[in-house]
Design a protein around this ligand. Structure first.
Ligand code: ZN
Length: 290
């Protein structure tokens, strides 16, 4: 049975498998506030359900996720329509301090929570996986991509260092991370597999079945041992300093937002925004500035 929230679907395609589907296909599954909180609810539901052994995350339609939705004007719903999930209480959009809390709550702390779910998670990536889309793929333990998937972090174009969950250097190595960020080029699924970021590449018409088969293989293993295997690998990455480096990159990201506020009146450098957003009067000045 598939259950539907407004922007996220949840089903159990096989015994022990939860499948979460981002469901804003008309926006390339770009992430607005509502999708972010419904995704958190779905991850927590799967995490707390004793019958679920493995979690799949995918997108409905052509794309996995086109990133954070720059046309979202509902930032003030955090703490109002959607209860705050972290310990940050002073969240608002008017100040540098308030925005730091906003992005801690909705991006960094959420991503860390999902990354640390003590069950294997598999990102099933087709089409665009851009900007904030990378964050959702990277918090998962494994990535299965279709051969039409593309990966890109274009955030430098709009005046910040990278997306808020700074795993780049671990995901693809420091030199490729610099190339990804400096050029803002997009990369194919095969490239990403060569780099060790993607586990498997399959055709689009095979990706549902291939991901499910992988999930079922993992779900058949002793569950506590699998949880401890995940914890062990995550601990190795933490021991390499990933957490501290990500904290620093997040702080530098906030410095970029503060610089853009001073220079342009909004969070981003509007000169790098796509024209459809820069010229759209409905897009919040919070995002695009004056
Ligand atoms: Zn940001």
């Amino acid at each position: 049975m598939t259950e539907q929230q407004a922007t996220v679907l949840y089903d159990e395609p096989a015994s022990g498998i939860a499948r979460i589907t981002l469901n804003r296909p008309h926006r390339g599954n770009a992430q607005d506030v509502q999708l972010t909180y419904e995704l958190n609810d779905a991850f927590m539901r799967a995490a707390h359900d004793r019958n679920i052994a493995v979690i799949i995350l995918r997108g409905n339609g052509k794309h996995f996720s086109a990133g954070h939705d720059l046309k979202d004007t509902t930032h003030d719903k955090v703490g109002r329509d959607f209860p705050i999930t972290s310990t940050w209480g002073d969240i608002e959009t008017e100040s540098v301090a308030g925005w730091y809390g906003w992005e801690r709550e909705t991006y960094l702390d959420m991503c860390r929570r999902w990354r640390d779910i003590p069950k294997p998670t598999i990102a099933q990536v087709s089409g665009a996986c851009i900007g904030g889309g990378l964050m959702l793929a990277w918090v998962c333990d494994l990535i299965v991509a279709s051969d039409d998937a593309i990966f890109q972090d274009p955030v430098v174009n709009i005046g910040a260092n990278a997306v808020e969950f700074f795993a780049h250097a671990w995901e693809i190595g420091p030199r490729r991370a610099k190339e990804m960020l400096f050029t803002t080029d997009s990369w194919s699924a095969e490239d990403a597999k060569d780099w060790g970021m993607v586990n498997r590449v399959v055709s689009r018409d095979q990706i549902d079945a291939a991901t499910l088969a992988l999930a079922e293989q993992i779900a058949s293993k002793p569950r506590f041992a699998i949880k401890m295997a995940k914890e062990s690998v995550n601990a190795a990455v933490d021991a390499q300093g990933q957490r501290q480096a990500m904290d620093q990159a997040f702080a530098l990201h906030q410095l970029c937002h503060a610089q853009n506020r001073q220079m342009f009146g909004g969070l981003l450098d509007p000169s790098g925004l796509p024209e459809s957003i820069r010229n759209d009067e409905r897009v919040s000045t919070l995002v695009k500035g004056k």
